[in-house]
Design a protein around this ligand. Structure first.
Ligand SMILES: Cc1ncc(CO)c(N)n1
Length: 230
């Protein structure tokens, strides 16, 4: 989810390699690298993605985004300070504006019927991810919500920024651009520094709970791509 985000996100110091977010990521290998180097993302970046695969992915991802938006709302509610709520609310604006219009234009271009936009049959991978987000939203604290948001956004920043991309179709090119533009980069930097900050106040058990969630969400990302590839 990207866009003109710099103004909205409260200035974040660049996260380093020693904070909680890096600690979580290092313990989520080999799945983390399998996500950001997934063959689905290779095909997107090199312009060889078949429409059929992109269509089924985007239909499922639109349902993912619904629960992701609800999770962002939970983050606004659970955040421990006003400046954090402001940063989170800025990202909600991107999801509800340029990302949503991208989906509508892509669905039109791909000829996706109304029923698949509104109420598609969900893949098992979509259901598992949705359940993880709903459980985190309903039962998690701010650190847990941030953990799931960070996995979703940071993995996307990493695959989308991995190689120069110039696919012909706007459906592919804009999906990459939404997840690699400077606004999106600063949003992910903010999420990571926020998770680093909140992580410092957690005890051992809470940190372990976030680690489990980080690993589960990373596996969800992996299975989500694979559902539209293998
Ligand atoms: C499955 C999935 N994960 C992450 C993102 C980026 O927010 C997305 N659009 N879809």
């Amino acid at each position: 989810m990207g866009g003109e985000r710099e103004e909205e996100v409260v200035a974040a110091t660049s996260p380093g390699t020693t904070g909680f977010s890096s600690w979580l990521r290092a313990r989520s290998e080999p799945d983390w690298t399998a996500v950001v180097e997934h063959p689905f993302t290779d095909a997107l970046l090199d312009g060889s993605m078949p429409d059929e695969y992109m269509s089924s992915y985007l239909v499922q991802d639109y349902q993912f985004v619904d629960d992701f938006l609800a999770l962002l709302g939970a983050a606004v509610a659970k955040a421990d300070r006003y400046s954090s709520r402001l940063a989170l609310a800025g990202s909600i604006t991107v999801v509800t504006s340029e990302e949503n219009t991208y989906f509508q234009r892509a669905f039109d271009a791909l000829g996706i019927p109304e029923s698949d936009r509104v109420d598609p049959e969900l893949d098992p991978a979509t259901v598992v991810f949705r359940d993880l987000m709903r459980d985190t939203r309903d039962n998690g604290g701010y650190a847990e919500v941030l953990t799931v948001l960070t996995v979703a956004e940071w993995t996307y920043l990493e695959w989308a920024g991995r190689a120069p991309a110039k696919p012909d179709s706007f459906v592919h090119a804009e999906w990459i651009a939404l997840h690699s533009n400077p606004g999106f980069q600063s949003w992910v930097a903010w999420l990571r520094s926020e998770l680093d900050r909140v992580g410092e106040g957690l005890d051992e058990r809470e940190r372990a709970r976030c680690l489990r969630l980080f690993q589960q969400a990373t596996k969800c990302e992996l299975d989500f791509f694979t559902a539209h590839w293998d």
